[in-house]
Design a protein around this ligand. Structure first.
Ligand code: BES
Ligand code: MG
Ligand code: ZN
Length: 520
């Protein structure tokens, strides 16, 4: 069975610009649903404010939609729905969803585009309602933004149920009443990228081992021919590279480590410096000898979220044929407490020769990243961006509102920040002060200590300062994604579970960099 069947099944989609001239054949081939948006009523506005597609549909059904919407209750609040049956023979069921204010746009207080967020939410709610009714084909109102609508549909319908007998109805979504199928398709690809990361993060650790993770990526990237090369480096290579910090974590588990290296050649100028993505790939983090408490430990199957999001963003970049070169690096292993595991106080040596005292074996992510960041410098990168579920302290600081970004480059920050306003998957800048560096460079036995001197205080910042010790590149950003790793109900267009955040922001960032040839 294909490992990504769930993802593919959930996201089957295409574009449809047939408007209302749907043939009788389509009607007879199965039940079809239609998702339409409706805006909040303005103060003096007497009647319902439909979207363009809603307006056209209303005309086709001789004003019945507007009429029934008005008579069936108060104006639909943002994200609330109302079902209509039998309005049109091609669409036995129509769901109308509240979009909020028509005038919404970029909200500078919130740091995101509220209109796009409203569309993603409304479309996801509408599509899920259709799924609950077991409607297999759904046409979607673009609500003025085809890409955001597609993202809402494809993200909203995703659920990891590969290992369950009882699965949700597979829903195929199509664009309704718009010519801009390219924007819709772009949204589908952005969302499918995030869904791939969700799949990898949510799947249990006995299924997604380092080896399996690499196989899935090899399989996904196989479709792109010469533009993509995948190197699955094994233990002997990692040893040759003298990645002693990474190896010290890996040896605590019976599961062999893998160093995954992906090269995407999207720039016609093949010599152009690459953007290097690095992702923490701990497929299960038990804490090692510094064992974590058992309650909630299952969530540590997603401790490869950094690797999952950066690799998925590269898959998406390749699907979009973005004109830039990207290299993806993912050190993959488990953090387990076997007889060979790191012990508190052990000293290990990273690829650049720096020695590290491992005072807490649960601070393992920075050990993997130390070696991967050193290696990233070999590629003369135009920028290095790493993502990692690195610290619980990041979750304490910002929760799931935004990814914390620690960067030495205002240029990189601007691009990441602007990308995140568009995607709604936000970032927030955090400090890389010398103040924190001092706390990791004082060690009794080695050059560095893998935990801060004042243990819990500023834990996300001391972790970032530790990574900085392995970076000399002028444009580097570390994204601590521990706080955004999972979703309860905060992001309304994602179901409960591992979030795949911030894959779309990384994709959008790469897209922006591909059109910014001059800078850096
Ligand atoms: N993978 C964890 C961080 C984490 C915690 C991610 C919660 C997602 C949700 C990381 O390896 C870890 O254990 N970090 C320690 C560092 C500490 C020992 C300095 C932590 O945050 O407790
Ligand atoms: Mg840990
Ligand atoms: Zn970890």
């Amino acid at each position: 069975m294909l490992p990504l069947r769930t993802v593919l099944r959930r996201t089957a989609s295409g574009s449809c610009c047939r408007g209302f001239s749907v043939s009788a054949r389509a009607y007879n081939t199965g039940r079809k649903g239609l998702v339409l948006g409706v805006y909040d009523k303005e103060k003096d506005e007497g009647s319902v404010i439909l979207t363009n597609a809603g307006d056209v549909f209303d005309k086709v059904v001789s004003g019945k939609l507007r009429d029934q919407l008005t008579r069936s209750g108060p104006t639909l609040k943002k994200g609330k729905t109302r079902m209509f049956y039998g309005l049109h023979e091609d669409f036995p069921s129509v769901v109308v969803v509240g979009l909020g204010k028509k005038t919404a746009g970029v909200n500078h207080q919130e740091n995101w585009n509220e209109s796009k967020e409203n569309i993603r939410t409304a479309v996801s709610v509408g599509c899920r309602q259709m799924q609950d009714l077991e409607v297999e084909h759904v046409e979607v109102d673009p609500c003025g933004d085809e890409q955001a609508a597609a993202e809402g549909a494809v993200l909203g319908l995703f659920e990891y149920d590969e290992l369950k007998k009882k699965k949700k109805t597979a829903v195929a979504t199509q664009l309704h009443g718009s010519q801009d199928s390219a924007a819709w398709q772009k949204g589908v690809l952005y969302a499918e990228g995030q869904n791939l990361a969700r799949y990898l993060m949510e799947a249990p650790a006995n299924y997604i081992t380092p080896t399996r993770f690499a196989e899935i990526l090899e399989q996904k990237l196989g479709a792109f021919g010469d533009r993509i090369k995948v190197f699955t480096r094994l233990k002997a290579w990692i040893e040759e590279q003298q990645m002693g910090a990474f190896l010290s974590v890996a040896k605590g588990s019976d599961e062999p480590p893998v160093f995954l290296e992906i090269h995407y050649q999207g720039s016609p100028e093949s010599s152009e410096s690459p953007l290097v993505f690095v992702g923490k790939g701990v497929t299960f983090d038990s804490g090692g000898i510094s064992l974590k408490p058992s309650s909630g430990m299952d969530a540590m199957r997603a401790d490869m979220g950094g690797a999952a999001t950066v690799c998925s963003a590269i898959v998406t970049a390749a699907s979009l044929k973005l004109p830039l070169n990207i290299i993806g690096l993912a050190p993959l292993c488990e953090n387990m407490p076997n007889g060979k595991a790191n012990k508190p106080g052990d000293v290990v040596k990273a690829r650049n020769g720096k020695t590290i005292q491992v005072d807490n074996t649960d601070a393992e992510g920075r050990l993997l990243l130390a070696d991967a960041l050193c290696y990233a410098h070999d590629f003369n990168p135009r920028a290095i961006v790493n993502a990692a579920t690195l610290t619980g302290a990041m979750d304490v600081a910002l929760g799931s509102a935004a990814t914390g970004v620690f960067t030495n480059s205002s240029w990189l920050w601007t691009h990441l920040h602007e990308a995140s306003i568009v995607t709604g998957d936000r970032v927030w800048r955090m400090p890389l002060f010398e103040h924190y560096s001092k706390q990791v460079t004082e060690s009794a036995l080695a050059d560095l200590n893998n935990i801060g001197k004042y243990s819990r205080s500023g834990g996300a910042c001391t972790a970032a300062a530790f990574l900085k010790e392995f970076v000399s590149a002028p444009h580097w950003a570390h994204l601590d994604i521990a706080g955004v790793m999972s979703n309860k109900d905060e992001v309304p267009y994602l179901r409960k579970g591992m979030s795949g955040r911030p894959t779309r922001t990384l994709t959008e960032f790469a897209a922006r960099l591909s059109s910014d040839k001059n800078a850096s």
